[in-house]
Design a protein around this ligand. Structure first.
Ligand code: ATP
Length: 355
């Protein structure tokens, strides 16, 4: 079992708190992504799991064992920084086997393990080739092979694709997830890139200022963001917000915005009298002449099958993702209808979603 359990984990550097009371569980075999902007505490969390940084307080359990005070090399973890660093003067076999050689494993065993890993990555036909002559994708597979050959309990990856160009990155996102589907090693992956996170993760923690704002599946995070920060960080373009003042109570199913009555998912808590923000994903807005919610078309971005149209309303700009064949004219007045069951309501002061 390689479950990772993080309890009340905290890290302070002097007066600065880099990670505040984090709690999460990565189940055995899960691909877990920590996502957030630069400086939010992802790397610090990862380094604490790896044992490269000691927590100020809180605990880390690996497979049920408290490793909080253990050194990195006592934790049976593979830390992958960047995937492409290979030894250029060695062939594929020696590149993959290097970590085992360094451990002093007998040659015959190394040979067997390297061949197994090469088959898994479908590069067994390249074993005796020099890495210098390999195509980019194969080089990445060799680098991955070197990380998995030790059979660590779990993998920790810190922006491993960070320096790759976009096309290559997409390929590696796909390869990493495919590899994970075959070996099911518990993985913690750090990135600031929402597309990588959405494409690879079983679970995501979205972090901001040292705090986990939401922990959940990619779909939960996209469909039911817990905070305005998450709603804004995920999605391209991000979620729209329409501001309104109201008194909201448990059981409410409607809000009034600009004279339009807008259906919302039933509220299960009281909000009281406050400023709120209605959160709407661009794909949940339609053009609708009959709607009281209106605005002027500001511009449109053509994306092939869809277009993203910016509409200026009395309460700010809304971006709607609509079919590309709907005719739009800049300056034209349009009505907008919102897909009620897919809306979120946030308390503006705290940024928290009302459920
Ligand atoms: P990035 O993607 O930029 O690495 P991150 O989310 O991984 O961002 P961390 O590297 O965890 O963020 O850093 C969180 C905060 O803690 C940052 O403000 C950083 O400056 C601070 N920090 C990290 N390590 C130290 C340290 N050794 N001493 C002081 N402050 C630190």
């Amino acid at each position: 079992m390689a479950e990772i359990r993080v309890e009340q984990l905290r890290k302070a550097f002097g007066d600065f708190i880099a990670v505040q009371n984090s709690n999460f569980v990565v189940e055995d075999g899960e691909f877990f992504v920590m996502l957030g902007p630069s400086g939010c505490g992802k790397t610090t969390t990862l380094r604490m799991i790896a044992g490269l940084e000691l927590p100020t307080s809180g605990r880390i359990l690996l497979g049920g064992e408290d490793v909080s005070q253990k050194r990195a090399r006592e934790r049976d973890i593979a830390f992958v920084f960047q995937l492409f660093a290979l030894y250029p003067h060695m062939n594929v076999r020696r590149n993959i086997g290097f970590p085992l050689l360094a451990q002093g494993m007998p040659k015959a065993e190394i040979r067997a393990r390297v061949e197994e890993v090469a088959r898994l990555l479908r590069i067994d036909h390249l074993l005796d080739k020099p890495v210098s002559g390999l195509a980019g994708g194969d080089r990445q597979r060799v680098a991955l092979g070197r990380a998995i050959v030790r059979r660590p309990k779990c993998f920790l990856m810190d922006e491993p694709l960070g320096t790759l160009d976009a096309e290559f990155r997409d390929l590696m996102v796909h390869e990493l997830r495919e590899l994970h589907n075959r070996i099911h090693a518990t993985t913690v992956y750090v990135t600031h890139d929402q597309h990588e996170a959405m494409a690879m993760a079983d679970k995501i923690a979205v972090m901001n200022h040292g705090v986990i704002e939401q922990f959940g599946t990619p779909q939960e995070i996209y469909d039911r963001p817990a905070t305005m920060f998450v709603a804004d960080f995920i999605g391209s373009p991000p979620m729209n917000f329409l501001k309104f003042g109201a008194t909201l109570a448990r059981g409410d199913r409607k809000v009034g915005v600009q004279g339009a009555e807008i259906v919302i998912p039933e509220l299960h808590e009281d909000g009281g009298e406050a400023e709120y923000a209605l959160g709407i994903r661009p794909e949940h807005i339609r053009f609708d002449d009959g709607s009281k919610l209106r605005g002027a078309v500001y511009g449109a971005e053509y994306l092939g099958t869809t277009q993203v149209v910016a509409v200026e309303t009395a309460d700010g700009m809304l971006k709607a993702r609509i079919p590309a064949d709907v005719p739009v004219k800049v300056g034209e007045q349009v009505g907008l209808s919102l897909n009620g069951p897919r809306l979120s309501v946030f308390d503006k002061a705290s940024g928290r979603a009302l459920r």
